[in-house]
Design a protein around this ligand. Sequence first.
Ligand code: NCD
Length: 310
Amino acid sequence: MENPFHNRDVISMRDIARDELDMLFTTTDRIMKMSMQDRLDICKGKVLCYLFFEPSTRTRLSFEAAMASIGGISIGIASSKESSMEKGESLVDTVRAVDSYSDLIVIRHRLDGAARLAAEVAENPVINAGSGAEEHPTQAMLDLYTILKEKGSIDGLRIGIVGDLKYSRTVYSLLYALSKYSVDVHLIAPPLLRIRKESLYAIDSLSIREHDSIDEVIDMLDVIYVTRIQRERFPDVQEYEKVRHSYIIDARVLARAKSDAIVLHPLPRVDEVTYDVDSDARARYFKQVSYGKDVRAALLALIINATPPV
Ligand code: NCD
């Protein structure tokens, strides 16, 4: 298969086909088996520039760690306060400038559409690392890779997605990704946090059922994907107050889950997964973090190199 990622923007999970995901995951496995010396040659002399206008720990650092692991370097800004946008410079001008310093741009912005705008302006490829409440495609890539590694396959699974389905961008990218597989999805959220159906496009092929409480389905789920309440995206703080603490995954809830279920979370968690769950063998969210770096290294390798490095 030709490398479909070469020089390509990664803005939405909707744009990526299943065989392309398969190739990404195979490349991830292969890169992880390479010697350190060979790995460091993959992106030698290449520069990643990150523009993060919203807070991040994992996504930004995992991109940096991933780029370092394949021999490239990263430069960038980690908050809008650090950039000339604070002086009134536009996003478009900012992107044009950094485009000339780097081989690839990774952007996170509080507004839907910002990553796509950056991709239109930049000559080099742009990766969306979170655009408003819209999408976070590389998170979905690592979510799928984690499911694949931890469960052996994706097809045939019952996947529960729990929490703030209204504002969690990771959920929208994950649903687009899952729509390429044969899975049953259960969306579990209190009424005020239900999915924005009008923001989902062309996923009719996906079997989706909605529930108010996890108790209705916990005993049949293979994957329990929990999300944080996205407090910063609530237009009204009163609305946030109504839903905070409205769902919780703790040892009591997990007592009814399948013994081979896995618990995932894009992180950061606040209080929706209690700390006692961390010692349960089914908790895989920290493993998910580690897979994230590996998948991002493969994605960067494929975008930057015309021929797959392995
Ligand atoms: C997510 C995000 O930024 O959308 N974080 C992440 O990248 N792992 C989820 C969140 O902030 O809740």
